[in-house]
Structure formats: structure tokens, C-alpha cells
Design a protein around this ligand. Structure first.
Ligand code: ITT
Length: 206
């Protein structure tokens, strides 16, 4: 049986790798390189859910195909949930992982270990050409290390030590991260709903 197709509406190479691993078995994922190029609009939403839905709907608008998207970030309790939706551009330039991580570490320098709790959040969304859409959240709680450790993953992975572990997510294998990650949880929840919706009907709603 042929897998249903959807556009993977992300320009983040780290996410592309993860989403192909997590969703790729069930859905044929077209990259943005495989469709007519378009300029992404600014990410103006106040929440991860708003931004994820906006990215998925934008891809549907430009390609006419079903689309999936992710909006995600690191939320630090001592910073009232920031960097949050600003995670990708925390140091000013969008996607500068090293600068973002260094700024965050400097901001948390005087914060003691017992107040360094936080976690990754992922909003996973799909949108269909007929207007249906759905969004779900996934979380990975932990604490922010005092120095980067590990070379895996992307973004803030070298800083997040998941609860119950003593390594950062950048020190986990890809499969180990997928099994516990915010993105793994969110997209494993979304996948059956997307498949049902693509199969003609389903219970998806906006
Ligand atoms: P797209 O909008 O094109 O998908 P983006 O990188 O701009 O790509 P976001 O606005 O969702 O995506 O920002 C996500 C940022 O949050 C990302 O750049 C990292 O800094 C951080 N982040 C999200 N998930 C992460 C993960 O699994 N590990 C480490 N950092 C993560």
C-alpha cells in the first residue's frame, strides 16, 4: 500500500532528521526542497501551538498539499518559560544555535542547580487542503546544565539533562532521544490522527 504524502514544513535540518525518523515510516514526507519554494512568513504567534499551525497552513497555502509542521523550544522555569517561542532567535540571529546556547548559559550563570529546571516543548501540527487541522503538544522535562556536553542533536541539546538521566540529550543516541523527546511524543500522538484524516474523514478538527 502506498503511504500518504505530506510536506514537511520546516527549514531546520535537525528537525528534518528527527521527523523523518519519527514519521517517515507512516507518511511519505516531502521536504521543502521537493516543492515550489516559498518565503516563510514571520513567526508571530504567542504560543507553540499557534506557530505550528501557522507553519503547516502556510505550507498548504503554497503547495496545495497536506503539510506537517513543528514549533518547539526550550522553556526555563527560572526565566518564566523563556526562551520559549523565541528559542531559535534568542541571541538575535535566527538559527544561531551556538550563540543562543551561550547567551542562555550566561543568563543562568547565577541561578543555582535547584532552580535550573526546564524542558523542551514541541507543538506538532498538520493542516490539510480542505481546511482541517490539528495540533498536539509534547514535553521533555529536565534541568539546564552549567556547560554544554555532547555532540548529538541540535539547538540546546548540549544543555538539557532529562529528569532521571545524568547525560544531556546531545549525549543520547538518535533512537534514545526520539524515545523520550518532546518531538517524539508529539508526533507519535499526531501520526495516527493525521493518517486517519488523510484516509478520508477522521475526527480531526481545527
Ligand atoms: P522551522 O520554523 O523552519 O521549523 P526553526 O529552527 O525556526 O525551524 P522553531 O521556531 O520551532 O524552529 O525553533 C526551534 C528552536 O528550539 C530550535 O532552533 C532550537 O534552538 C530549539 N529546539 C527545539 N527542539 C529542540 C531539540 O529537540 N533539541 C534542541 N533544541 C531544540
Amino acid at each position: 500500500m502506498t503511504r500518504p504524502r505530506a510536506v514537511l514544513a520546516t527549514r531546520n535540518a535537525g528537525k528534518v532528521d528527527e521527523l523523518r525518523r519519527i514519521l517517515g515510516g507512516e507518511v511519505e514526507l516531502l521536504g521543502l526542497d521537493d516543492v515550489t519554494p516559498y518565503e516563510p512568513g514571520p513567526e508571530t504567534g504567542a504560543t507553540f501551538e499557534e506557530n505550528a499551525l501557522a507553519k503547516a497552513r502556510e505550507a498548504v497555502h503554497h503547495t496545495g498539499l497536506p503539510a506537517v509542521a513543528d514549533d518547539s523550544g526550550l522553556a526555563v522555569d527560572a526565566m518564566n518559560g523563556m526562551p520559549g517561542v523565541l528559542s531559535a532567535r534568542w541571541a538575535g540571529r535566527h538559527g544561531d544555535d551556538r550563540a543562543n546556547l551561550e547567551l542562555l548559559l550566561a543568563q543562568l550563570e547565577d541561578v543555582p542547580d535547584e532552580r535550573r529546571a526546564g524542558g523542551f516543548v514541541c507543538a506538532a501540527a498538520y493542516a490539510l487542503p480542505d481546511g482541517r487541522s490539528e495540533v498536539v503538544l509534547g514535553h521533555l522535562r529536565g534541568w539546564v546544565a552549567r556547560a554544554p556536553r555532547g555532540t548529538g542533536g541540535f539547538g540546546y541539546d548540549p544543555l538539557l539533562v532529562p529528569d532521571g538521566l545524568d547525560v544531556t540529550t546531545a549525549e543520547l543516541s538518535a533512537a534514545e532521544k526520539d524515545a523520550i523527546s518532546h518531538r517524539g511524543q508529539a508526533f507519535r500522538t499526531l501520526a495516527p490522527r493525521l493518517l486517519q484524516a488523510l484516509g478520508g474523514g477522521g475526527q480531526a478538527s481545527t
